[in-house]
Design a protein around this ligand. Structure first.
Ligand SMILES: *Cc1c(COP(=O)(O)O)cnc(C)c1O
Length: 360
């Protein structure tokens, strides 16, 4: 069967060259006579893979030398606990902005370890906007300040990072890491599950400034302590070896595309094409506030939701799959991460146009 146009929010479409390379190397990696899956994580060949994965990531993301890059397991969801366990050590206080289901989960988890202040929330309108922040409401002696840079479910993103002064900024960047330039120096810690913009599920990348290591709460399990992973080059235990290898292939592919700035230009154009059609449509409309719209996840509905099911059905029949919105929002959502080409987005727009003409 032909490959489909896959708009899944995650795990999601990977660049085809990445899958083909993995296929080519599946049985015999670099003349070792074995698969990457079958290698010791401490073998020379595997060490070369993880080192080059980290190197490529550092280069793409321009990670300064005083930051560690960790390849962990447990998904972004484990970071909801690891962040407070490791950083909530001085004053046991943290500020959070609540911009969706993921922030909400992060807040609940952090509240188990210290005092959490939600400085702003967009819950009142189903998280369809990014709330305005008032620095006067920030906790001056917070151990850190947490945001979700891109809200996968609601299709919003921070256009501007909050100015937290001397308070460490922490970002859940799961759904927009490497989609556009971020100045790592503005953050003390960044985390991102791999399955949206970087690879397969099973790897979570953490970028953490070195001075933040070594102060974990006393009861922190060793596997949850960043320092143990940092001191052991992400080999405190067996890392997700194959998932890291897939990240390496994705980073190589991204570098071939010209890196983050080049892909960002394409991402902006993809989002523009799709939003422009939706904004001018008599049938479809977007659900996120215009000024806060994500360039990665585009939620939309048909008028009064009347034709949502029909649209999803017809779209799937034409090879446009995984367009159903999150179960908490309904409607549709097109996730157009790095691996989705402009051509694929144009094909989707053409299909939506046809659907619209047939139904108005
Ligand atoms: C998907 C996602 C998560 C959860 O990731 P898991 O790997 O399933 O734990 C957290 N935050 C954001 C922003 C996400 O998009």
């Amino acid at each position: 069967m032909e490959r489909v146009y896959n708009f899944s929010a995650g795990p999601c479409a990977l660049p085809e060259p990445v899958l083909l390379k993995a296929q080519k190397e599946l049985l015999n990696y670099n003349n070792t006579g074995m698969s990457v899956m079958e290698m010791s994580h401490r073998s020379k060949d595997y060490m070369a893979i993880i080192e080059s994965t980290e190197q490529l990531f550092r280069e793409l993301m321009q990670v300064p030398d005083n930051y560690k890059v960790l390849f962990l397991q447990g998904g972004a969801s484990s970071q909801f606990a690891m962040v407070p366990l490791n950083l909530m050590s001085r004053n046991k206080k943290a500020d959070y902005v609540n911009t969706g289901v993921w922030s909400d989960k992060a807040i609940k988890e952090a509240s188990r370890y210290g005092s959490v202040k939600v400085v702003a929330s967009s819950k009142d309108q189903t998280f369809n906007y990014i709330p305005k922040l008032d620095p006067a409401s920030f906790t001056p002696d917070a151990d850190y300040f947490h945001i979700t840079t891109n809200n996968t479910i609601y299709g919003t993103r921070f256009n501007e990072l909050p100015d937290t002064g001397s308070v460490t900024l922490v970002g859940d960047m799961s759904s927009d890491i490497l989609s556009k330039y971020y100045d790592v120096r503005k953050f003390g810690l960044i985390y991102a599950g791999a399955q949206k913009n970087m690879g397969a599920a099973g790897v979570c990348v953490v970028v953490v400034r070195e001075d933040l290591l070594g102060n974990a709460l006393e009861f922190t399990p060793s596997m949850m302590n960043y320092k143990n992973h940092a001191d052991n080059g992400s080999m405190f235990n067996t890392p997700p070896t194959y998932g890291i290898y897939i990240c390496k292939l994705v980073y190589e592919w991204l570098k071939e595309q010209g890196g983050v700035d080049a892909i960002a230009a394409i991402n902006i154009e993809k989002a523009r094409v799709l939003y422009e059609f939706i904004d001018n449509s008599s049938l479809f409309s977007g659900t996120a506030a215009t000024e806060d719209r994500s360039i990665m996840n585009v939620p939309f509905i048909t008028k009064d939701h009347a034709l949502d099911d029909q649209f999803l059905k017809d779209a799937a029949a034409s090879g446009f799959v995984n367009l159903k919105g999150h179960r908490t929002t309904g409607g549709m959502r097109a996730s157009i991460y790095n691996a989705t080409s402009l051509e694929t987005v144009q094909k989707l727009v053409d299909f939506m146009k046809q659907f619209e003409q047939a139904h108005v």
